[in-house]
Design a protein around this ligand. Structure first.
Ligand code: HEC
Ligand code: HEC
Ligand code: HEC
Ligand code: HEC
Ligand code: HEC
Ligand code: HEC
Ligand code: HEC
Ligand code: HEC
Length: 460
């Protein structure tokens, strides 16, 4: 069921190429000759045009080796970055106090390979604080989850290390000066648990060593993690009118601009960042990606989040830059109705049946050792999420064929029969619900309606 992510990938190649070309044109020669020391300067003023600032003598020393013999291509990426222009060099990010858990001695300098959000936060306090408050920063705390039994136990630990943890982030373990347990690093999972106690990885979105906003603004960037059978946001976006407009008008998206306010700096299409993070004339940029969503679509049964009305009102301020109020309200009415349908017709009844089976001792407490547990898991975790997420972000094929169709097929042809087999009669209450009465047979009138439809349409 995993959908190939073809079209966006193509556009990403073009976008990255265009982006690289733009950077190349703008890339300043690195100021190797300048010897003034940089005083760590908070990055508060960087909306203003920035003067080229000198590099520190430490960074100049790093560059002496790193430009020629060690990591020359990575160094080139940094040379094209805003950091290089602002005098933020290798040493400003990689220097480490000797007492830091990841510090090691490197050619006369105490450095760290791993640069944590706390390190970035020395200059970017606002972004780091918002990020830390978000669900992204908590994504490494999946160790107690049901999915983790699936990943680490039913599948196996190397699968979880190369799979789950590359998106969610795992605990990075230090084994010696400058050395990490290879099972835990490299890792740029969004909620990585760092040896300094901080959470997350800024380079999950700000690919090194350019650390640009432009890469992070592209939907392909979020698509490393937000895709696949259980959360296909990238595919939904690609299918939606918004994704279509983005691909068609990518040249007008102004992705390289320093300021990126919707309606001022670009207007062709919204990307993931536009709706969930970026600035509009009314809203500031936020690094808390949950700030504008009202439902959580992840659990078995969807719930409204705390302050859901305020969050929703903020998202609607984004829409209002391109759409009228009735259009937006209408979309939300359709979305709410789809989530309620999923909850009331399928999710709540299925959850109740699972509870009855557990209470009756028909299912062991061990997850994933019975077929019905896999069936139920796919019902809410895969199909049920696709249906809800498709409806949230205007992807009709994910709402219908990858979503509600699969939910209904699973519910009626797998989940209910398997539950009934374990405990005869356990599904009776559910089958008696108005929503499911049709199983007892359509009425004569309904059948006649269907017959006459096919008669008119196909003459048979
Ligand atoms: C005398 C030359 C030299 C100098 C000076 C130097 N480096 Fe390196 N550095 C290297 C070489 C060579 C490697 C590759 C070593 C390896 O990983 O095998 C390296 C590797 C690294 C690594 C990766 C280490 C790892 O374990 O993966 C980092 C990070 C790094 N350097 C940062 C710096 C910084 C920051 C400075 C300046 C403070 C600096 N280097 C100065 C030569 C140098
Ligand atoms: C804005 C901060 C920043 C600057 C400036 C910076 N780095 Fe890094 N560097 C990082 C981050 C973040 C990582 C990813 C490590 C991690 O978090 O696991 C990294 C990783 C590395 C690595 C190891 C990763 C690998 O792919 O092997 C090397 C080597 C390195 N940096 C060298 C340099 C050199 C040389 C410079 C200067 C030309 C430099 N860095 C400038 C933040 C920075
Ligand atoms: C020593 C201070 C310092 C550190 C440490 C630092 N930055 Fe920056 N950063 C700056 C400054 C100054 C600018 C502004 C440059 C400009 O306005 O052109 C900047 C700009 C940025 C931008 C915007 C660049 C663009 O092209 O739009 C991003 C994204 C960014 N930093 C991310 C990071 C991340 C991630 C880290 C840690 C891995 C980090 N920074 C570490 C000072 C720092
Ligand atoms: C391709 C990246 C990726 C992989 C691989 C992945 N996840 Fe996720 N996971 C996500 C994303 C993205 C979300 C959030 C989706 C959303 O908000 O709609 C998520 C959500 C979750 C949640 C729900 C969190 C909550 O707050 O309700 C859990 C638990 C979870 N994943 C555990 C796992 C485990 C365990 C594995 C491995 C068996 C795994 N994931 C594999 C990307 C991934
Ligand atoms: C989920 C992806 C994501 C993560 C993780 C992330 N960023 Fe960003 N960041 C973005 C996007 C997208 C933008 C560009 C937004 C825009 O310009 O509309 C951005 C912009 C920035 C900017 C430029 C701000 C400005 O006013 O122009 C800085 C600085 C920055 N990020 C720092 C960080 C730091 C530090 C971290 C880690 C604590 C981090 N980011 C983690 C997505 C991310
Ligand atoms: C490296 C993987 C990764 C990347 C890249 C990533 N995310 Fe996520 N995202 C996750 C995971 C994992 C979760 C689920 C966190 C949890 O609840 O444990 C998540 C959750 C979310 C949520 C739900 C937040 C909430 O409060 O419920 C939103 C919205 C979101 N991401 C948007 C984005 C956007 C927009 C981007 C790109 C700008 C992005 N993400 C990039 C992994 C990622
Ligand atoms: C046109 C605006 C828009 C765009 C573009 C957009 N989203 Fe969304 N997104 C929404 C809305 C609206 C919701 C539902 C909000 C609510 O529940 O109130 C949502 C919900 C989500 C959720 C929450 C799912 C959960 O588990 O609760 C995630 C994660 C997410 N989007 C990620 C993404 C990613 C990744 C992209 C790009 C590939 C993207 N979005 C593009 C508007 C957008
Ligand atoms: C940057 C402008 C922009 C923003 C912001 C934006 N949209 Fe759109 N939207 C478009 C464009 C362009 C289309 C396609 C119009 C067309 O095909 O004629 C579209 C189409 C739609 C459609 C119709 C989908 C279809 O298949 O016919 C809906 C519904 C929609 N948007 C809702 C929203 C909602 C809700 C938000 C906020 C969460 C939002 N849009 C944010 C530009 C935007």
């Amino acid at each position: 069921m995993r959908q190939p992510f073809r079209i966006p990938f193509l556009t990403s190649v073009f976008a990255v190429a265009a982006f690289a070309a733009a950077l190349h044109a703008a890339a300043p020669p690195a100021a190797a000759a300048q010897k003034t020391e940089l005083k760590a300067k908070p990055a508060t003023s960087f909306k203003k045009p920035i003067k080229k600032l000198p590099l520190s003598k430490e960074t100049i020393a790093c560059l002496e080796c790193h430009r020629e013999s060690a990591t020359p291509a990575a160094t080139k990426q940094w040379e094209g970055s805003r950091h290089a222009v602002a005098g933020v060099g290798c040493y400003e990010c990689h220097s480490a106090a000797k007492t830091s858990p990841t510090a090691f001695e490197h050619n006369g300098f105490s450095i760290t390979v791993l640069v944590s959000p706390r390190d970035c936060g020395k200059c970017h306090a606002k972004e780091t604080k918002e990020f830390e408050a978000s669900h992204h920063a908590k994504a490494g705390q999946i160790l107690g989850s049901l999915d983790n039994v699936l990943g680490e136990v039913a599948e196996g630990i190397p699968a979880a290390n190369s799979g789950c943890k590359q998106c969610h982030g795992g605990v990075v373990k230090v084994t010696g000066p400058g050395k990490f347990d290879a099972a835990t690093w490299p890792n740029t999972g969004i909620g990585r648990i760092n040896p300094d106690g901080s959470r997350g990885s800024c380079s999950a979105c700000h690919s090194r060593h350019a650390f640009s906003s432009s890469v992070a603004r592209q939907p392909e960037n979020c698509g490393k993690c937000h895709l696949g059978p259980d959360h296909p946001q990238a595919e939904i976006y690609a299918e939606s009118k918004h994704g279509i407009a983005y691909r068609a008008k990518i040249g007008e998206m102004n992705l390289d601009s320093k300021s990126w306010v919707l309606g001022k700096d670009y207007s062709a299409a919204p990307t993931c960042a536009t709706c969930h993070m970026s600035a509009t004339p009314e809203l500031p940029l936020t690094h808390d990606v949950g700030a504008r969503i009202s439902w959580t679509l992840r659990p078995e049964v969807s719930q409204k989040l705390e302050n859901s009305e305020t969050r929703r009102a903020d998202m609607q301020k984004v829409c209002a830059n391109c759409h009228g109020a009735n259009w937006v309200q209408g979309h939300y009415a359709q979305y709410d109705a789809a989530v309620s349908l999923y909850n009331d017709k399928f999710a709540i009844p299925a959850k109740a049946i699972m509870k009855k089976l557990r209470d009756a001792g028909k299912l062991t407490p061990t997850p994933f050792d019975e077929k019905l547990e896999w069936t139920y898991y796919e019902l809410w975790h895969h199909e049920g999420r696709r249906a809800r997420m498709g409806a949230a972000m205007m992807g009709p094929d994910y709402t219908q064929w990858h979503g509600f169709y699969e939910v209904a097929k699973n519910f009626y042809t797998e989940f209910l029969p398997q539950a009934e087999e374990l405990l005869p009669g356990v599904t009776a209450d559910v089958k008696a619900m108005d929503d499911h009465k049709w199983l007892q047979g359509l009425s004569k009138e309904d059948r006649a309606k269907i017959e006459s439809y096919y008669q008119k349409r196909y003459g048979k």
